[in-house]
Ligand binder design. Structure first.
Ligand code: AMP
Length: 302
């Protein structure tokens, strides 16, 4: 792998597909040695426009781009969801090739989790709200695998989607608290034209469910409008947004919360910048989404 921004090197345009940890380290050693920036995009594969936005961002701001594909069993709380998770390595390789990825790292489960695996990362507080309440152990699985992948790839920067805002907060907190020398870059959510956040799980929606799914984003927007219009009571904001979701009987709301963007704790009153976050179940699929809303003028009034 040649450093991307080097003027005296020709970039390798074939993506290297690597499955062993020692190989990924030795392939990246010269890049690191040349003080070139390694950008890393961890994924579970089945790449879509959301992942590609992260990859494009990494390609713009790093010298070499590494993408990992690893479907991580400990972060799944339902075995059925893990089994049904889409796997399409050939298509993913082609997408990586056309988006300037240098290394596609797809480690085997045995390498990632030597048995028995006794070391786990728990990020208290920020992991315990929202999705953490409904998916016990999920963020422990996420934090552990991300830390493992950081040790394997040793990137300078790592790119995560704001679509999974709580995950992004958990990773930021883990990196801060454990003094991990990786800069975490958040990338905005990519949506379909009707507002539905792109997700690998959307493919499991029936046509009818797919037509209903954008109600989630409409509910978030409704909440944002309430806040921008001056509503400061989270209960009032939620009531208006829930009416949008309740108009769709097939939607089961798991949570709809207005939280502090760093701590992910429900706010008692809306002021400054808040994140509106929700999770719903629709048919066989659990969908999450969130938006950030700022009302800086409220700070000035108080
Ligand atoms: P996953 O493969 O679902 O684990 O996602 C890998 C990365 O892609 C995570 O950082 C996600 O937050 C990010 N991601 C997934 N969907 C989107 C999207 N629609 N927009 C932006 N980033 C996304």
């Amino acid at each position: 792998v040649k450093p991307r921004l080097s003027t005296n090197c020709i970039r390798i345009i074939i993506v290297l597909v690597i499955s062993h940890i020692d190989e990924v380290r030795s392939v990246l050693a010269p890049v690191r040695h040349a003080s070139r920036i390694i950008g890393f995009v961890p994924t579970m594969g089945a790449l879509h426009a959301g992942h590609l936005r992260l990859i494009d961002e990494a390609a713009k701001t790093s010298d070499s781009v590494v993408v990992s594909i690893f479907v991580n069993p400990p972060q799944f709380t339902e075995q059925q969801d893990y089994q049904a998770y889409p796997r399409q390595i050939e298509t993913d390789m082609a997408l990586c090739r056309s988006h300037g990825v240098d290394v596609l790292f797809a480690p085997a489960i045995e390498e990632v989790y030597p048995q028995p695996n006794c070391a786990w990362i728990e990020v208290a507080s920020v992991s315990e709200q929202l999705c953490g309440k409904f998916r016990p152990g999920h963020f422990r699985g996420v934090a552990t695998v991300v830390m493992k992948l950081f040790q394997m790839v040793q990137p300078d920067r790592a790119y995560f989607g704001e679509k999974d805002a709580q995950q992004l907060s958990v990773i930021r907190r883990m990196v801060r608290d454990l003094n991990v020398p990786v800069a975490i870059v958040g990338v905005p959510t990519v949506r379909e034209s009707d507002g539905l956040a792109i997700s690998s799980r959307n493919a499991r929606l029936s046509d009818t469910e797919r037509a209903i799914a954008p109600a989630l984003y409409r509910a978030l927007q409704c909440a944002a409008q309430q806040i921008q219009a001056g509503t400061t009571s989270p209960e009032d904001v939620k009531r208006a947004a829930m009416a949008v979701l309740e108009a769709e009987p097939r939607i089961e709301v798991e949570y709809f919360e207005i939280v502090d963007p760093e701590e992910m704790q429900a706010v008692p009153v809306v002021r400054g910048t808040v994140r509106i976050a929700a999770a719903i179940r629709l048919g066989p699929v659990r969908l999450i989404d969130n938006i950030l809303v700022s009302r800086p003028e409220l700070n000035l009034i108080e």
